[in-house]
Design a protein around this ligand. Structure first.
Ligand code: PEP
Length: 249
C-alpha cells in the first residue's frame, strides 16, 4: 500500500504562496510516498500547473454532489478534476461544523466524486465532549456507517479515511499513541466487516496537529497509513520532514 502525506491548506494561500509548492517539489523529487496538497479552489489549477510532471498531486477541499447546475458558490467533482485535481477531502469537521454537513451529504458527495474519478479522503472524528463521555468509538462507527458508500465501487486506493479528532485540529494537542491505535484498529475492523478483505487496501490517515516532531511516532502506530496535515502543510520546510518521516516509516 502506498502511504499518503496529504496537506490541507484550508482557506489559506495566495499566488505567491505557490513558491512553497515549488520548494517542496525541489526538496522531494521522489518522496517515497504519495504527496498531496489541497489548496483553496482559487489556487487549484495554478497549483496543478506548478506540480505538473512532479510527484506532487493536488486536490480539492470539498465538492457538490451534483455534476452541474444552479448551485451558486459550489464546485462539482468534475470541475475539480478539470482544474487538475486527483483527490478531494470530504466531510472535514470544519465543513461539518461551519456548513452543517451531515453523514448523508458526505456519502452523496463521496459517490459523486468517485464517479468523477477522484480519490476521496473522508474525514471523521469525535469532539472533545464525545471523547470525555467515552463515546469515541460509537461516534466513529456512526460516521463510518453514514458517510461511506455501502459498497466499495472503486479500487481500495480510491477511498481514504482520515481520523481527525476535532479537539486535536489546530490545537497542538494529540491523542496518545495508544488512543490513535485503538481508533485506527477499530476503523480497520469496521471497514473489514463492511467491505471484506478489500478493506485491508484502504489507507487510514491520522490528522490533528501532526508536525515534524511527532510524525515518526504516529506513523509507527499500526493501521496509520499516512497523515492529513493542516497548519504544517503550508510551508515546505514544515511539510517536507513529515513526508520524509512517512516515507521511511
Ligand atoms: C486538518 O485541518 O485537517 C488538520 C489536521 O489541521 P492541523 O494539522 O492544523 O491540526
Amino acid at each position: 500500500m502506498r502511504k499518503l502525506a496529504a496537506g490541507n491548506w484550508k482557506m489559506n494561500g495566495s499566488v505567491e504562496d505557490l513558491d512553497e509548492v515549488t520548494a517542496l517539489i525541489a526538496a522531494h523529487p521522489a518522496p517515497g510516498c504519495e504527496m498531496l496538497l489541497c489548496p483553496p479552489a482559487t489556487l487549484l489549477s495554478r497549483m496543478a500547473e506548478r506540480a505538473a510532471g512532479s510527484s506532487l498531486m493536488v486536490g480539492g477541499q470539498d465538492c457538490h454532489a451534483k455534476t452541474s447546475g444552479a448551485h451558486t458558490g459550489d464546485v462539482s467533482a468534475q470541475m475539480l478534476k478539470d482544474a487538475g485535481a486527483t483527490h478531494v477531502i470530504l466531510g472535514h469537521s470544519e465543513r461539518r461544523a461551519d456548513h452543517g454537513e451531515s453523514d448523508i451529504s458526505v456519502r452523496a458527495k463521496t459517490i459523486a466524486a468517485q464517479a468523477a474519478g477522484l480519490t476521496v479522503i473522508v474525514c471523521i472524528g469525535e469532539t472533545e465532549a464525545q471523547r470525555n463521555a467515552g463515546d469515541t468509538l460509537a461516534v466513529i462507527g456512526r460516521q463510518l456507517e453514514g458517510s461511506l458508500p455501502t459498497s466499495l465501487t472503486t479500487a481500495p486506493d480510491g477511498l481514504v479515511i482520515a481520523y481527525e479528532p476535532v479537539w486535536a485540529i489546530g490545537t497542538g494537542r494529540t491523542p496518545t499513541l495508544q488512543e490513535v491505535g485503538e481508533v485506527h484498529g477499530f476503523i480497520r475492523a469496521t471497514l473489514t466487516k463492511r467491505y471484506g478483505e478489500a478493506a485491508n487496501g484502504l489507507r487510514l490517515l491520522y490528522g490533528g496537529s501532526v508536525k515534524a516532531s511527532n510524525a515518526a511516532a504516529i506513523f509507527a502506530v499500526p493501521h496509520v497509513n499516512g497523515a492529513l496535515v493542516g497548519g504544517a502543510s503550508l510551508k515546505a520546510a514544515d511539510f517536507g520532514p513529515i513526508v520524509l518521516a512517512l516515507a521511511v516509516s
